[in-house]
Design a protein around this ligand. Sequence first.
Ligand code: HEC
Length: 101
Amino acid sequence: MKKVVLLVAITGFIGAFSAAQAADAVAGKSKAKTCAGCHGQNGISNNDNWPNLAGQKKGYLVKQLKDFRSGVRKDGQMSYWAKSLKDVDIENIAEYFSKLK
Ligand code: HEC
């Protein structure tokens, strides 16, 4: 009996933990409002100078945003925008754009 209780407790804990870890596309969408001016409402830009983000690989988006933030990748516009993003924002925003078609 004790073993069962313990097992339930452990699975519950793991479940809660992985839910907290999962990137949140809804939060990403709300954070991405400021990006829409350039990258488009649905991640499709309407200007040759601004890349589309919709459907881009999540890992790539995360890396680019971190590189802009750290200064490894530089752009007059993007470096500014990336500076205000926390790790969790980057994860969520990347999750959101990678899920768009
Ligand atoms: C003022 C316009 C502008 C805004 C606002 C803006 N970006 Fe950008 N973004 C750009 C430009 C221009 C580039 C291309 C930079 C370059 O040529 O290196 C870019 C590039 C990127 C890239 C790399 C794309 C690739 O294919 O390599 C990502 C990811 C990105 N932006 C995400 C965002 C996010 C997330 C936000 C909102 C927090 C945002 N951008 C807000 C103009 C903007």
